[in-house]
Ligand binder design. Sequence first.
Ligand code: IPD
Ligand code: CA
Ligand code: CA
Ligand code: CA
Length: 264
Amino acid sequence: MSTNWEQINEYAQQWIKEAGDRIQETFEKELTVQTKSNRKDLVTNVDKETEQFFIERIKETFPTHRVLGEEGFGDDVSALDGIVWIIDPIDGTMNFIHQQRNFAISIGIFQNGIGMLGYIYDVVHDELYYAQKGKGAFLNDQPLPRLQPVSIREAIISLNATWVTENMRIDPKVLAPLVKEARGTRSYGSAALEMAYVAAGRLDAYITMRLSPWDFAGGLIIVEEVGGIVTNLYGEPLHLLGQNSVFVSKPGLHEEILTQYIRK
Ligand code: IPD
Ligand code: CA
Ligand code: CA
Ligand code: CA
């Protein structure tokens, strides 16, 4: 039996909007904030409740689908056969806690490891970025145009300041010249939104040294549908079941940054 992607898409969009409404309702209430791996790695009751909300609905409607969720309420996914939803219930938890904005729900739906549907929902701005493989990407149902080339000198690059200071993952001297040469740099604190902004042409590239699959699963599908390139920092494809450095960019600019700054 062939998979009814239109139906899956309809449910996914409906649940994402509903989850967004529920998140907004919590703004009035007190949050329970806990730390995970370190003092900066935060999680709230809303992250957990939102992930559970999706899992309950997915399991009820599509019992054969599996879920890989950041907060661990889904399945133990060690291979990507069949249909797998990769979910980040709140991407940008620190922003959610401190700012009540600049966070998103991010979902990628994969079939045998191929990205079929991608969603990034900026709850506060009611902006749903969405893509279906081969059918283009949309922002609130408006088609997003294919990405056009841009030079480094005219590019806005999203990059956390961590990666140009002393850190464990990259020599700060690698990216500092790029920061100087670019027109500007930004950092929004939500990998999903930063990928959505590249897809929408609001940013030209996004570089970060370590993300988990749920941070980039939705964005990967959306960015690729508008002709953007998503790799690790060395230009290799991302592993969907582990951590990666992530380099998202307009075509052309991707090659230019790789050859002139990273592989130099
Ligand atoms: C985080 C955000 C942040 C990125 C971190 C992620 P979370 O996700 O995407 O921008 O720099 O690496 O862990 O924990 O808020 O879902
Ligand atoms: Ca987290
Ligand atoms: Ca995340
Ligand atoms: Ca999260």
